[in-house]
Design a protein around this ligand. Structure first.
Ligand SMILES: Nc1ncnc2c1ncn2[C@@H]1O[C@H](COP(=O)(O)OP(=O)(O)OP(=O)(O)O)[C@@H](O)[C@H]1O
Ligand SMILES: [Mg+2]
Length: 316
């Protein structure tokens, strides 16, 4: 994990500390802030480091397959079950089960998980007896679970089982001091990954990097650097920030930016209560530089990103 800002150093210390206690951890933060990276860091600093780290995308778990996916099944449990199949919990045995996008769990999945977290006992589908799991649970989500509890979309009893310890990853705009370090790291990774000689970023590119508010956080920075690295042929990599050059949008004053962020936060709160998959007549979308995208997933990279365009919420 790269970073040396105050916010990031505090986070790293917390990760190391949390790793030593074998208890559930909840990691929250905006998209691309490094939640999965932090979860892996906790696992690899823990006593379970030699055992598997098994990620589960909770948003992709269908209610009908949930128990079979998590707990496995016995031969003959259903028509196609020709042999015993271990579930993700068994695969993570003595290791870490990483519940990603935990905020997307359906109500039924929340109940199933709650029952499992109470005593780590589970019964494979078609199995006669309960089995005991030995896994550490780390959960992560983009949307603050407390907000979802307030709106009735997330069970408070599950929240408190998941967040015995909690990490909140700061957005990149709150640790801008890390941007040059991260950009340099991604340049080196890019050079190795794409087998091209390493080159530095042009100073003007670094200047707008440090002003821009990075709605896609570290992932957006990473993709921006790779994009420039691959498409620029000069000795120093110049990446265009259309408005930052012509009208100074990317270098707007903080007051202006935070006014817009306040309004965005209000709309985001409304969105949190609505949930991402509710198909009511009115839905919030992020408007990206190249069109409209359903919240909360932003386009990972838009070459001509304008700060006011990159993450504008539009009510449609
Ligand atoms: N501190 C960091 N140092 C180096 N790379 C980082 C750091 N934080 C994030 N990254 C990189 O940024 C990318 C996004 O990180 P990650 O997938 O952990 O984010 P996330 O918070 O889980 O995102 P999402 O909410 O969209 O799933 C990854 O390629 C990761 O390696
Ligand atoms: Mg993730």
């Amino acid at each position: 994990m790269i970073g040396q800002s105050e916010a990031f150093s505090a986070l790293r210390q917390l990760v190391e500390k949390v790793a030593t206690y074998d208890v559930p951890v909840l990691i929250e933060g905006e998209t691309g802030t490094g939640k999965e990276l932090a979860a892996r860091a906790i696992h690899y600093h823990s006593a379970r480091r030699d055992r598997p780290f098994v990620p589960v995308n909770c948003g992709a778990l269908q209610d009908t397959l949930l128990e079979s996916e998590l707990f496995g099944h016995r031969r003959g449990a259903f028509t196609d079950a020709r042999q015993d199949q271990p579930g993700l919990v068994a695969l993570a045995s003595s290791g870490t089960l990483f519940l990603d996008e935990v905020d997307a769990l359906t109500q039924k999945a929340q109940v199933t998980l709650l029952r499992f977290l109470q005593d780590q006992q589970y019964r494979p589908l078609g199995g006669g007896r309960e089995e005991r799991a030995d896994v550490r649970i780390i959960a992560a989500g983009n949307r603050p679970l407390e907000g979802l509890v307030d709106c009735g979309h997330f069970r408070i009893d599950l929240l408190y089982r998941l967040k015995l310890m909690q990490l909140v990853l700061p957005p990149l705009r709150e640790r801008k001091g890390d941007i040059p370090l991260l950009a340099n790291h991604f340049l080196q990774v890019g050079a190795a990954r794409f087998s091209r000689p390493p080159r530095p970023l042009a100073p003007e590119t670094l200047a707008w990097f440090e002003q821009y508010w990075w709605p896609g956080n570290v992932r957006e920075l990473e993709h921006t650097v790779y994009h420039g690295f691959l498409l620029t042929e000069c000795d120093a990599i110049v990446i265009a920030a259309a408005r930052s050059r012509s009208s100074g949008c990317a270098t707007r004053g903080h007051a202006d930016l935070s006014r817009r962020e306040d309004a965005r936060d209000r709309r985001l709160r409304a969105y949190l209560c609505r949930g991402p998959d509710r198909s009511g007549p009115r839905q919030y979308h992020y408007r990206g530089a190249h069109g409209r995208h359903r919240a909360p997933s932003l386009r990972p990279f838009a070459q001509e990103v304008r700060p006011e365009q990159a993450c504008r919420l539009a009510l449609v």
